[in-house]
Structure formats: C-alpha cells, structure tokens
Design a protein around this ligand. Structure first.
Ligand code: GLC
Length: 721
C-alpha cells in the first residue's frame, strides 16, 4: 500500500468502497453497443444501483481499443469519484494473434518460448487498454474428459510451475507500457473435477493438494503474480471462494500473498447452489471472511456487506483491506496517473497480427506440435507433384482453441492456405466428412477418395472442433468419431502415402488411429498461424520437437492415467504389460501402459543418449550432485530435443511416485553434433509433504533418470544422508 492509496481510501464512503470491489462487464459502460448487458444478463439481474455502478473499480470482457476508450470516457463522465476503471480480460493464449493452446505451449518444453509468447499477448492486450488478464491457468490435470485441459500445462507439478512462472514473467515483465497484470487461476485444484466433468466435485487429500495441485499456483505467486482467481469447486467440502483454509491460511498467511483475490464468474451465488450458503448475505460473509476481494458478476457484497458491517459480523477494516489491494493494483498499473494506460487504437492496429507477431505465433505452433507416429512417410517431399488435403479441419480457421476471445477465424491461416502458400496450386482440397462427433454423413467420401487416388500424398486433417474442449465442453468419449475412421480407411485403400494432422484440445484415446495411420502429427489447437506451421512441419521446413505433457490413454477406461503415480503394493511389472497378471493392479482387458506417455514425442531425426554420469553416490543437505548425459544427433536433420530429468525417492514416510520430473532442457543439435546436458541435484528438490505434513526431505536412496520421455530407465542411485 502507499500513502496515495491510503489517502484515496480515506476519501471513500462505505457505499463507494463496496461497489469498488464489485466487477461487472465492460459492456455496461459502452452506450454504442445499444443493447442491455446481455453477456451477463441485463444489469437489472444484478439489481445494482444505477448511480453506484459508476463507482465499481474493475470490469471484465469486451475487446478493442476504441471500445475501451469509449467505456472509460463514459464511466469517468458519470462517476462522482472519477476513479478510472481497470479493464480485465481472458488473454489465455494470445490476444489478437493467437498462439497454441497452453497444453501445446507446454509441449514445447521451452520456458523462454512460453515467456516470449506471453509477452506478445501482453503487448497486444495492453494496446487494447487491458490492464489484467485472467491467466495463467495453472490447474494440474489428469483427466482428458475435462474440457479445460486445453488451457492447462498438463499432469506434472514441476512443469506446470515452470510454465506458470514463465507466463507471469512474460505478461508482467517490469510492468511497463506493454505489460499487463497476471491472475493465476483457478485456486485451487479445479482440474481434479471428478469424472472430468466441469465444475464437479473435487475431493483430494491435503497432501495430494499440496504435493501435486498447489505448486504451480505457488510458482506464480513467487513470480509476483498480481491476482489470484478462486475456483468454482469445493476443497474439502467448502467452495473455494469461501474457503478460509485455502485463502487465508494457505494463500495469505503461509504464502504471504497480499495481492487481489477475485472470485470466478458468479461463484458467490454458486455457494448457495452448492448448499454451502443460505443466501447472498451468507455468501458475502463467507467470501469476505475468507479473504476474497473482488466479486465477479454477482452482487452479494453490493446488497449485504454494509449490513454485515453494521451487524459487526464483518469489520470495515476487512472491507478497507480489500479496497486497498485493488487501489494498490491500480497504482501498479499506472491507472491512478493515466486512466487510459497504454491504449492506442493506432498502435494496436500496427502491432496486432503484425508479421513479427504472426511469425512468433507460427514458431509457437511449430514448437508445440508433437509427432506421435511416423512410419517413414514424413516429412513429405516439397517437390511432390500433387497433394490431396482432406478432412473437416483442413480448410477452416477454427483451429485456435475455445479461448480465442480476441482472435478471429478469418484471420487464422488454415492448413489449406498454409499448404498453398508453401507449395502453390498443386494442393487440392476435399472435405471428406463433417466435423460433428455424431455425424454419420459419408456422402463426401467418394470425392475425397478420388482426390486421394489422384494425388502423390495425402494430408488428412482430423480431430475435434475447437468448441469440443474449453470451459464446460467435457466429453464422455475421447476417441475420434467413427466417420473419421471410415474416411481414413477408405483413403488408405487408394493411397498409403497419408499423414494425419490431428487437431485436438485434449489427449484422445486414439489407439485405432495409431494402428491405422502411417503418421500422426498432433497440432493441438495451433492458433492464428496453425496452417502455416502444419505445412512447414509436414514438409520438413521445420522438424517436430514437441513432447506431450499429459498422457494419452489407450482407452478412456484407463483414465485417470498419469506418469507420476504411486507404485501400489501389487504393481504390474512393465515387462508384463501385455500379459494378464492376476492379483496385480491391472486390467484383464487392457495394458496399464498408455498409448503415448508423458514426455513423448518423435522427431524426423534420431538422438542417441550416452555416457550417463552422476557425480557422486552420497549427498548431504547443502551439497549438490550433478547428473549428466551426452546427446548426439544421429539422424539426417538439424533438430531440437527436450531432454528430461527425473528422480525417484525409493522410500518415504509417505509413499512416493515412481518418477518425478525435476528438470528439462530443450536443445538444438546439428546433424552429427553432440552436446553434454547436466542437471543439478540439491536437497530442496527432494522435499515433499511427509507423514508429519512438513515439506522436508528424508534420508534414503534415490534413483536418477535422464531420457527422451517418462519411460526412461534409471541409470544411477544416490543416498541422501
Ligand atoms: C470463466 C472462467 C474463468 C474466466 C472467467 C472470466 O467462467 O472459469 O477462467 O477467467 O470466467 O471470463
């Protein structure tokens, strides 16, 4: 806090303070929209005071520099206090120039790239007048049925933490003109929703919460994130937004976070639906008592906080603390000096979707793509005489993910455009089938097969529509639709030189595709330059280097399935994977192993790992060991490789995972080039939540692994003494 913000606080009436921590949509203050605020239901649904709404501190949603200027102008003209708005928006994986969904960016295993992409998003958003983005989403995920895995970084706490930190650093930078505030979400463990169904019950132990789900949020806090958004779900039976143990005990007291906590959209009222609150008044009490500062899109504070203070149930000091946090955020954003911050319609037009930004988005898509299978058909030869592009996702710009907000399909390079830009008019397109997952329409098969028959190679774009993932878009089946398999089978009858470009917001249970397709390149939802990136990867202009950060199951029946699991008392041994072994933790009708494991991804070249070394076999607290390996590019292409470093704690006062990612490095090697990669082992990285619920290391033996994915074998042991 500062003298300046304390002075402002002292001038505010209690009504002004209360409305200051209400958040409603920006559309409320944009007369030119000439419509009631239908995004959120008319304002009347919130029953807010028509005068006092001009005392709110922040708004959300709506895009465009001119719109923000109009909103701020209108707001300041009507506000008695003239305290300018902070505009907040979901800038999740890009603003106007969209890069891949976050599950794709994580697959790049490249912290610097993640930071650079976030920086680009912040610059584009700041020029549209946005002050804060509701990102990074740092929820750990294990169930691909959940629609929001697309905006996560996957199943590993360490990688999630690294990506959250890099994103906060990219967005916030030095909080200069082209930076915006970040808001880590959804606190906490939103990704643990049972059955992968959005908003569903979360029931994890405190130890699991701390061991797996909390590290990424903590990493964002340590990186200086300005805001935290609470999750819709319950933790230990209490909705997060009113969960005092979560917000006050852990976030504020244990982690020392004194920034703004904001609810998710409507979560205050949802406490009533959860059955955790009698009415809006109790919701207001629970949220304020827990330490939630801003109420998003409900009006519990507006209608009941004053009464709660008069009744002595909430102190005005608690209200003041929340108001001060928001005032301090405004001061950090520069809004107290300049209500218009960095907004500039002219500069926004120059910068957004600029060639430089498109190039970076293309690089993001190229580095995020994961080659899942290749029997040798890829890369295709650019000199090929004719290319058949087939599939419902081949000629559409709707390949940028469900959180596209500021992005537009018409500004997105489709695969068709990308291929034509690269190869000219030898590319012909046929849709082949519909994208709907329940379509049975085979009427376009013949045309597609005819084209495939008359072409030297076939690019088949399959997968799910971008709206089949994202918030609320969960799936009870995560395989490809039957009609897509039928199309693939028909095409393979007339042409074997086929590569499937897969577009998906989640891991899919595509064992059948893995058997049928000669090659599979997973593009995720690649963003504005997705088509260019796809063309470059398929034809070898760029070599695939992405590696999945969320396990692909063989069948949905294996879910949840993740690499950093516990061994159980009756593990099925890996060498028995395809056998039935009674009385082991296994299935009678499927292996335990996934289709593609965490950290997996192929290349067009080959890498040889050799000369594994560990600098010692004993380590004391305060000391360190060095694990190293040599990696050589033994193939025909200069390429990049994400080298992964894992550790296994062989025994603990609580059981320990069979493997934990503790480091990774993405390196580029020329043909024949060899490099040594080293990873440092220190005592703090061995700490975990022990039987005493303390975050500490325990003496004992550890195994060390370095490899190309999470199936790598241990190469050494050491003892912590
Ligand atoms: C949504 C999402 C959250 C988003 C917010 C504002 O419901 O859960 O991630 O930031 O509302 O759009």
């Amino acid at each position: 806090m500062s003298q300046r913000t304390e002075k402002i606080l002292a001038q505010m009436s209690i009504d002004e303070k209360i409305y200051f921590i209400e958040q409603i949509t920006t559309a409320t203050f944009v007369p030119s929209l000439k419509r009631p605020n239908i995004i959120t239901g008319p304002d009347s649904a919130l029953k807010l005071d028509k005068e006092l709404i001009y005392e709110v501190g922040t708004t959300l949603n709506l895009i465009g520099a001119e719109t923000m200027i109009e909103a701020q102008d209108h707001f300041l003209a009507h506000s008695k206090s003239k305290r300018a708005l902070v505009f907040m928006q979901d800038v999740i994986h890009g603003h106007r120039t969209l890069y891949p969904i976050n599950l794709g960016v994580a697959a790049s295993f490249d912290r610097d790239l993640a930071r650079e992409l976030a920086q680009m998003a912040a610059k584009e958003a700041s020029l549209d007048g946005i002050g804060v983005t509701f990102a990074p989403m740092a929820d750990l995920v294990r169930d691909p049925r959940w629609g929001r895995v697309m905006e996560s970084s996957g199943e590993d706490p360490y990688l999630n933490a690294e990506m959250a930190r890099a994103t906060v650093e990219g967005l916030q930078g030095d909080m200069g003109k082209y930076n915006i505030g970040a808001c880590v979400k959804h606190f906490a463990a939103y990704g643990a929703a049972e059955a992968g169904r959005d908003y569903n019950t979360v029931d994890v132990s405190e130890r699991t919460l701390r061991e797996y789900y909390l590290p990424a949020y903590k990493s964002a806090i340590d990186a200086g994130v300005k805001m935290v958004m609470t999750a819709f779900n319950i933790i230990d039976g209490v909705p997060c937004v009113g969960n005092k143990h979560l917000i006050k005990d852990i976030l504020r007291d244990e982690w020392g976070f004194d920034g703004v906590v904001i609810s998710d959209y409507g979560a205050f009222d949802e406490m009533i639906t959860h059955g955790a609150s009698e009415n809006q008044k109790e919701s207001a009490y629970l949220a304020m008592d827990a330490g939630c500062d801003i109420e998003m899109m409900t009006s519990c504070y507006a209608h009941h906080l004053k009464e709660l203070i008069e009744e002595g149930k909430i102190s005005e000091a608690q209200l003041d603390k929340s108001v001060l946090r928001v005032l301090d955020l405004k001061e950090e954003l520069g809004i107290l000096d300049n209500p218009y911050r960095s907004v500039s319609p002219e500069e926004a037009k120059r910068v957004q979707l600029s060639p430089e930004h498109r190039a970076l988005a293309r690089k993001g898509a190229e580095q995020s793509a994961v080659l899942l299978k290749n029997n040798g058909v890829l890369p295709f030869d650019k000199e090929v005489g004719s290319v058949a592009l087939i599939g419902p996702l081949g000629a559409t710009g709707e390949i940028h993910g469900s959180w596209h907000c500021g992005g537009k399909a018409e500004e997105t390079v489709s695969v068709y455009e990308g291929l034509k830009n690269l190869l000219g008019d030898k590319v012909k397109y046929a849709q082949g089938c519909q994208i709907e997952y329940d379509s049975e329409d085979t009427s376009l098969f013949d045309e597609a097969c005819q084209l495939a028959k008359n072409s030297e190679c076939v690019v088949l774009c399959l997968g799910e529509h971008q709206d089949y993932s994202g918030e609320g878009n969960c799936r009870a089946s995560i395989d490809l639709p039957e009609v897509q398999y039928k199309l693939l089978e028909r095409i393979l009858e007339v042409n074997k030189n086929v590569a499937v470009a897969l577009f998906t917001g989640r891991p899919l249970a595509i064992s059948r595709l893995d058997k049928l397709a000669p090659a599979i390149l997973n593009m995720w939802m690649p963003g504005t330059e997705g088509g260019s990136a796809c063309a470059n990867l398929l034809f070898g202009e760029v070599i695939p280097s992405g590696k999945i950060t969320m396990t692909f199951p063989r069948t949905l029946g294996q879910c949840p399935i993740y690499y950093n699991h516990y061994t159980t008392g009756r593990p099925k041994l890996e060498q028995d994977d395809l056998k039935r072994v009674p009385y082991t933790s296994s299935y009678i009708d499927a292996p335990n192993s996934p289709l593609y494991p965490f950290g997996y991804g192929l290349s067009y070249t080959s890498f040889e790992y050799s000369d594994y070394k560990l600098s010692g076999t004993v380590m004391r607290a305060g000391e360190r060991l060095i694990a190293s390996v040599k990696i050589k590019n033994t193939g025909k292409y200069r390429a990049r490789e994400a080298v992964q470093f894992y550790i296994r704690d062989l025994k603990g006062s609580c059981v320990r995972p069979v493997k934990e990612l503790k480091g990774f490095e993405k390196l580029e090697l020329d043909i024949g080039e060899e490099k040594t990669v080293t990873f440092e082992i220190t005592e703090p990285m061995l700490r975990y939540w022990t039987r005493n619920m303390r975050h500490e290391s325990e003496k004992g033996e550890f195994e060390v692994f370095i490899g190309k994915d999470s199936t790598c074998a241990p190469f050494a042991k050491f003892e912590l003494i």
